[in-house]
Design a protein around this ligand. Structure first.
Ligand SMILES: *Cc1c(COP(=O)(O)O)cnc(C)c1O
Length: 457
């Protein structure tokens, strides 16, 4: 509450204290995440299987379960220096407001034009594509943060960038689209008639407003049908989580500077990359038996992959063209209720986090969107940052945990990931302010419909 004498509001690292290697959690896991499988043969995907879709270096990273540290190329480190290290903030004002003895810190990733942590992986993926001599990349974007980050990264390396944007977002978030076009990307609403899979989905579901799963299928097809193009993805994959470990490594370096040891680390979970990145070095200590921490994944009650999903092999996309991944999933046909405004709407989850959760090394909670927006607003009013709805899932649980400390008198140290800002989410905020936001929790029947589409393996 009162400022601790020795701890500033913002803990910054110097440029020369920034990590020069990413940390790969898988190297320290006893139970490795299950391999991706070929959707037709059900055999593990090899380097050669994945090469037509992803850049070579990224395939190596995807399949690397053994090297704990992987050097960050200098070109990427130089780009990082434009907006990193990101601040680790002591939420003194929030603590004061809550009258809690808990000590709350958040790692803020919204200080770049894309407005989220996604630039950390976008720049790495664009770098490897350029190095391989490719012409361009294709991708999908839901809310638009990933597409924005990737278009920034591609323009930096002078690569073509083709973005398939979920149609409902394309229509609701025209400004996101224009940011991407400012950086030279072409943006197509998905499903579209530019791909076979898009045409097929439109035939089966005329008038659909799209989903991430559809957009992924289209982007993969676009990459494989154009010479010199590869597909890139903004979350879920191991390679993305590896790049996002920069978040956790900086957080740990900043805490170490002041001798602070967190009790609990909280993050929102969409595809799992920001949370996996934030917890990475701490989870490493836990996996090696050096120290214990409590890790909490927060997901929306309307898309509850961890808390109500099944741990099974599933398709990563609606068109079923991608490899199968063993993960906590709601089924690739699951589409969250239309009233869901808070992001984090992917049906599956990172295979690495899924394994860690299955092994009870972390826990997960789900929260309803009206309570998420209440937390967002409370946070914005005292900490001065307008948070993204996705990030606000973590804020909700950090506040709840701090309020528990108030009752028990425990002085826990809580760290959470503030993944981004919410300026392009004002329609959602408007709904909340007008009292028009509702909560929809899928019924058992809703979930069963998704599970029925799981492949039998
Ligand atoms: C994409 C995004 C998320 C979800 O991140 P994952 O790494 O997929 O879990 C969270 N917050 C913001 C602001 C995002 O843009």
């Amino acid at each position: 509450m009162m400022q601790d004498k020795n701890i500033p509001y913002k803990i910054y690292l110097e440029e020369n204290e920034m990590p020069d290697k990413w940390y790969n959690m898988r190297a320290d896991m006893k139970n490795k995440p299950a391999p991706l499988l070929n959707p037709e043969t059900h055999e593990p995907m090899t380097f050669d299987d994945l090469r037509p879709v992803f850049c070579d270096e990224l395939v190596k990273q995807e399949l690397n379960d053994t090297d704990a540290y992987i050097e960050i190329p200098e070109e990427i480190r130089n780009f990082y220096k434009m907006y990193r290290p990101s601040p680790l903030v002591r939420a003194y004002c929030l603590e004061e407001k809550l009258q809690t003895p808990a000590k709350i810190y958040y790692k803020f990733e919204g200080n770049n034009t894309s407005g989220s942590h996604k630039l950390n992986s976008a720049i790495a993926q664009a770098y490897y594509a350029k190095k391989q001599g490719l012409k361009g990349v294709t991708t999908e974007t839901g809310a638009g943060q990933w597409g924005t980050a990737l278009s920034m990264a591609c323009s930096y390396f002078d690569l073509d960038c083709q973005v398939y944007m979920v149609k409902v977002s394309y229509e609701q978030k025209p400004f996101r689209r224009e940011v991407m076009r400012t950086y030279g990307a072409s943006v197509t609403p998905s499903p579209s008639t530019t791909t076979n899979v898009g045409r097929k989905i439109l035939e089966q579901h005329p008038g659909t407003t799209g989903s991430l799963g559809c957009a992924i299928s289209e982007a993969v097809e676009a990459a494989s049908s154009q010479e010199g193009y590869r597909y890139v993805l903004g979350s879920v994959l191991n390679q993305v989580m590896l790049h996002q470990s920069i978040i956790g490594l900086e957080t740990k370096a900043a805490l170490d500077k002041y001798g602070i040891v967190p009790d609990m680390i909280i993050g929102c979970a969409g595809g799992g990359s920001n949370l996996g990145g934030l917890i990475a070095p701490f989870m490493g200590e836990k996996l090696r038996g050096e120290r214990d921490y409590e890790f909490v994944a927060v997901e929306p009650a309307s898309c509850p992959s961890f808390t109500r999903g099944k741990f099974a092999y599933d398709f990563c996309d609606t068109g079923m063209v991608c490899p199968l991944a063993k993960m906590y999933t709601l089924g690739s046909g699951f589409i969250p209720s239309a009233n869901h405004a808070g992001g984090l709407r992917y049906h599956g989850m990172s295979t690495t986090l899924s394994q860690l959760y299955h092994d009870k090394l972390m826990r997960a909670v789900s929260v309803e969107q009206t309570s998420v927006f209440e937390a967002a607003e409370q946070f914005a009013r005292v900490e001065g940052i307008l948070p993204a709805p996705e990030s606000s899932h973590a804020i909700r649980v950090a506040i709840d945990e701090a309020l528990k400390c108030k009752e028990t008198g425990e002085e826990k140290t809580i760290v959470f990931g503030l993944t981004g800002t919410g300026y392009f989410d004002m329609f959602a905020y408007e709904k909340f302010h007008n009292g028009e936001m509702t909560d929809y929790i899928p019924t058992e029947e809703d979930l069963q419909a998704g599970f029925n589409g799981l492949p039998t393996i």
